[in-house]
Design a protein around this ligand. Sequence first.
Ligand code: FES
Ligand code: FES
Length: 155
Amino acid sequence: MNISFDINGRRCEVDVDPLDRLLDVLRRDLGLTGTKEGCGEGECGACTVLVDGDPVNACLVPVAQIAGRAVVTVEGVAADGVLADVQRALIDHGAAQCGICTPGIVLCAIAALDREPGASRARIRELLAGNLCRCTGYQRIVDAVADAQARRRGR
Ligand code: FES
Ligand code: FES
């Protein structure tokens, strides 16, 4: 079945089983391997992408559900080679080790800061609670996202 949707600002059409997971279509059919699989069960957030601006677990979404919608993956957040503010801050704070969790955290954090520009540190932690990291712990990640928020607000 042909399904079309926007991916990182461009329209694409894929010929897939409508029940294929969005995660597999991204990685297998579109070659967008930045989106990672952790648990495959909606528990870890590694596969988070934005669908019409909302963070979703791509391992739980049948691709048919995104027909006509707009998906953003980690490949779509840097503009003209310039990293997104959250990506820059994660690097500056040394907030990644293996990096499997990082793409999901980047997208979740971008959505969180866009929606709640005044989020407290505790709220940032809450908004990222669906994204598990087995390596780094959360202190540096929260520090990084809070720093990106401060940079957006001009400190
Ligand atoms: S791989 Fe999708 S939530 Fe873990
Ligand atoms: S850096 Fe490895 S899971 Fe987060």
